[in-house]
Ligand binder design. Structure first.
Ligand SMILES: [Zn+2]
Length: 472
């Protein structure tokens, strides 16, 4: 049987975290009642004029810089014409021949196996609405809340050679977007969607085979499964002497297979032309420099620095840098100890890592106590500052005391109960609100008790006792 080489390119659509839409002032918040976040502009009424969202432009520049792209000083919006019920204007405002970011790269792979995936372009565009096929007697409805949400479409060259490689790239891209705080990376809610295109060619050949595009995939798992299925399908067609049809296919997670959706359009089918409602977008060097200055340390750099600066093993560095907020939590805990002692980051790194990763995350993963006696999951990795009852300063003090031998075990229950009574007496307003149903104040009380105990109290014990006492 003929040996084939897999060739994969990837388009990713990232929803930008702007407060308002790409060309109007409507809110972009997810989950509102259908069609409540719309206006004449995003409803496609005649006679309205779009206005470019400055924040979206800044986010695109920031992302372009992080992806090593050239930022085009003159770029332009174009109309991409097609009809679809969730696109009331009959065209999508996108960018075509002059995208805002061009010719970048992302490095994947580790130590010695590094490989660059080239970024062909990243351009700004607006999202379409959503068709909901949940109506009575088979009726369909259209929700236009999403219509006009800013998207950055990031397109690679066909540089990936296996589904695994494509997934590594996609994960890396998501980490970068989340670290930049331009996209929340939530694939389930559709904030990040990917469309792999895949073809096979005879091993050793320089020519590309006919490619198939896989539409709107919303998880890493589905992306991998869909690509693996396509490889099998295309190998079978080619081995039997058949031809691959250029088309867009949909992944069906239930059946575990892809099925044809439509024959692939060529660019000329869309009759792109410059949008006459929008002047060309000029980017200044000052705008680029402003974004360059606020570029955060990227996950890859942070991962390497954590191993060097704090002497962490690869595993710890990987877990702690999996989210920017978690990395900051760890680093602040080390810093607070280093400031209070003569110990260095290397002395403190591993022990602090153990406490953050094992003790704190372990405890929090057991769930947050609710007033009804049940638990609900914490999302500590996304926001440990907001969510954890113990803050870096408190954890640092605890670790310092532990090293001095000052903490020999959980402090006496009676002392803790006294602290809780005191905190409740000092905050009658919050207590009344909590008892009136404002459950989110639970975290406030936990924080106050931990503070009053100088970080010495056992958080699990505090939660247990507080829950009982607050209930009255
Ligand atoms: Zn609107």
């Amino acid at each position: 049987m003929m040996a084939y080489e897999v060739v994969i390119g990837l388009e990713a659509h990232a929803q930008l975290l702007t407060a308002s839409k790409m060309f109007c002032g409507c809110s972009t918040v997810f989950g509102a009642a259908p069609n409540t976040q719309t206006c004449p502009v995003c409803l496609g009424m005649p006679g309205v004029l779009p206005v470019i969202n400055q924040k979206a432009v800044e986010f695109a520049i920031r992302t372009g810089l992080a992806l090593n792209c050239t930022i085009a000083l003159m770029n332009r919006f174009a109309r991409k014409n097609y009809f679809y019920p969730d696109l009331p204007k009959g065209y999508q405002i996108s960018q075509y021949e002059l995208p805002i970011c061009q010719d970048g790269w992302v490095e994947i792979g580790e130590n010695g196996t590094a490989k660059r995936i080239r970024i062909r372009r990243a351009h700004l565009e607006e999202d379409a609405g959503k068709n909901l096929h949940t109506g009575i007697a088979g009726a369909s409805h259209v929700d236009l809340n999403r219509a006009g949400t800013p998207l950055l479409e990031i397109v690679t060259e066909p540089d990936m050679r296996s589904p695994d490689e494509a997934v590594i790239y996609l994960k890396k891209l998501r980490d970068i977007l989340v670290y930049l705080e331009v996209c929340d990376g939530n694939m389930e809610e559709g904030s990040l969607r990917c469309e792999p295109n895949l073809s096979l060619r005879q091993a050793g050949s320089k020519e590309f085979g006919t490619k198939v595009e896989l539409k709107n995939i919303n998880s890493f798992k589905f992306a991998k499964a869909a690509m693996e299925y396509e490889i099998k399908r295309q190998t079978k067609v080619l081995s039997e002497g058949g031809k691959i049809v250029q088309e867009t296919r949909l992944w069906d997670p239930e059946k575990g297979e892809t099925a044809p959706m439509r024959s692939k359009e060529e660019a000329h089918d869309y009759r792109y032309f410059p949008d006459p409602d929008l002047v060309p977008l000029r980017i200044t060097e000052e705008m680029i420099e402003k974004e360059r200055k606020i570029l955060p340390e990227m996950p890859e750099a942070l991962y390497k620095r954590f191993m060097e600066q704090y002497g962490l093993p690869e595993y710890d560095a990987d877990v702690l840098t999996s989210a920017k907020a978690l990395a900051k939590f760890f680093e602040d805990t080390v810093k607070a100890q280093a400031e209070a002692t003569a110990l260095s980051g290397k002395d403190l790194g591993k022990e602090t890592s153990n406490w953050v990763m094992v003790e704190l995350l372990g405890l929090l993963h057991k769930g947050k106590p609710k007033a009804d006696g049940g638990t609900e999951p914490w999302t500590i990795e996304q926001d440990p500052y907001e969510q954890s009852p113990v803050k870096p300063q408190g954890l640092a003090e605890l670790l310092i005391m532990k090293r001095k031998g000052e903490v020999s075990g959980p402090i006496a229950k009676s002392v803790l109960e006294e602290i809780i009574d005191e905190v409740m007496a000092k905050n009658p307003q919050q207590l009344a609100q909590y008892r009136g149903g404002k459950e989110q104040l639970f975290g406030f009380f936990v924080g106050q008790v931990m503070k009053a105990s100088g970080g010495k109290a056992n958080p699990a014990k505090v939660n247990e006792l507080l829950k009982r006492k607050l209930a009255g």
